[in-house]
Design a protein around this ligand. Structure first.
Ligand code: FES
Length: 62
């Protein structure tokens, strides 16, 4: 996936599901960071993936 500045973890998971692993299952709703349905463990930290930028997760910040 081409890296982008404001890329979220959910963007990456969606790209993987659409382009390399169609059996990958995940949930999300409106991508506005309110419902929590996109929550996943990211590097051992529970996060709303639609609001977690990849660069933030890589730094280990919350
Ligand atoms: S899709 Fe609802 S919080 Fe992320």
């Amino acid at each position: 996936m081409p890296a982008q500045d404001s890329q979220t973890v959910l963007d990456v998971v969606s790209w993987i599901q659409h382009n390399t692993e169609p059996t990958l299952a995940y949930r999300f709703a409106r991508r506005v960071g309110m419902c929590g349905s996109c929550a996943m463990m990211v590097d051992c930290v529970p996060r709303r993936t639609c609001r977690t930028h990849v660069q933030t997760a890589q730094r280990g910040a919350s």
